[in-house]
Design a protein around this ligand. Structure first.
Ligand code: CA
Length: 374
């Protein structure tokens, strides 16, 4: 409770400071604002912002979230803030969102923090870690366990403000064209797998590839990659992997509950009136929750369709292999936690929260799941 209260207090203090700043500065306005009256007033200015995403335009689930965000912000702001959503590649390529929003080319981005591992390796802590915390645990850590403050601090040098923008829940293990019986089957396997899980695959002799979603179907079809994971039945079905891959494995050991992120250009966000800032934060929270609900509701329907219409029979990775993957995952997580003073702090916070929540979930979520199967 102490952490929660202090986090809320910090946020509340920030709003008070902003309100004070605006009353003093009488609102200069940003370059993207249009005055609707004779005098420039932040309370009446209209804004037209751009939101770039890592997903194809209107892609189910992941791509629906930024559209919903834009609708909510426009409705809550009574039309003062209009946001145009761009799909991957429309304004910038999927994996260049971070740089584009950092530079102010677009004001908002929607993607996942592990996409930036080449630039900010520590960012991987805020999306998903292989054999790390699940979706509910990640959300708890970020929201009430100190994760959010660390995430903000990590992105601050890039002039970015992160916010949670959805959660996929436990993903599927991926699509393969050969059976995976043991670790030896990963030898030489060229697989699209993002984030730290790629390092795990590499230690087993595999070749991890970080490709955005819009290239995956063609890459798998033409043999550029041998295997791919994407998300879960609802989103995998939408890409059509069932038509070009023989085997669908589970569980998604590599992404046990991926946090999707919004990123905002910090200068532009902080130049907004306090009410529009709060509207953005509230809309992001709403979208974060809604995505989880959507995946929960639609994954089961999509799984049924994959099985009954497309003849897909999901296979479980062998237990021996999962144990091996789990052990290597813990090694790579702990190594990531030693690359910088910042990574040490994030890692310590992550591990502490993980240990505590795990103790609780063993007698709550997990105990119930076991009881349900008795
Ligand atoms: Ca994935």
């Amino acid at each position: 409770m102490q952490i929660a209260n202090s986090a809320r207090y910090t946020h509340f203090s920030g709003i008070l400071l902003l309100l004070a700043a605006f009353s003093l500065a009488a609102c200069g306005g940003s370059g993207d604002a249009e005055s609707t009256g004779n005098s420039v007033n932040a309370e009446t200015q209209n804004y037209n912002w751009k939101l770039v995403t890592a997903w194809p335009k209107n892609f189910p689930g992941l791509g629906y979230a930024p559209e919903l965000f834009a609708q909510k912000v426009e409705a809550m702001s009574n039309g003062r803030m209009k946001i145009r959503v761009y799909g991957a590649g429309e304004l910038v390529p999927a994996l260049e969102i971070f740089d584009a929003v950092s530079a102010g080319t677009a004001e908002i981005g929607h993607g996942a923090a592990y996409y930036w591992k080449g630039k900010v390796p520590e960012a991987q802590f805020f999306s998903a870690l292989p054999f790390g915390m699940n979706g509910r645990e990640m959300e708890g850590w970020i929201s009430y366990g100190g994760g959010m403050q660390l995430w903000e601090e990590l992105y601050e040098p890039f002039s970015l403000i992160p916010m949670r923008g959805g959660n996929t829940g436990v993903q599927m293990g991926g699509w393969f064209n050969k059976e995976i019986s043991s670790a030896a089957d990963f030898q030489g396997l060229k697989m699209r797998i993002p984030g730290l899980a790629g390092d795990v695959l590499q230690r087993l002799g595999g070749v991890p590839v970080n490709l955005p979603g819009d290239n995956l179907y063609t890459s798998l079809q033409t043999g550029v990659i041998d295997a791919t994971e994407w998300t879960n039945p609802y989103n995998d079905l939408a890409f059509g992997f069932q038509d070009i891959a023989m085997y669908y494995y589970y569980p998604g050991w590599h992404e046990p509950g991926t946090v999707i992120e919004f990123i905002f250009n910090k200068d532009k966000f902080e130049a907004l009136p306090a009410d529009l800032q709060e509207i953005m934060r509230t809309a992001a929270e709403a979208v974060d929750l809604t995505m989880s609900d959507e995946f929960t509701a639609r994954n089961s329907i999509a799984l049924k369709e994959l099985k009954e219409v497309h003849g897909v029979e999901p296979r479980k990775f062998p237990d021996d292999l999962l144990i091996q993957l789990r052990d290597i995952s813990q090694e790579v997580i702990d190594e990531l936690g030693q690359i910088s003073p910042m990574s040490q702090r994030i890692h310590a916070s992550y591990r502490e929260f993980e240990a505590n929540v795990r103790e609780f979930h063993e007698i709550a979520e997990e105990a119930y799941s076991e009881a349900r199967r008795l």
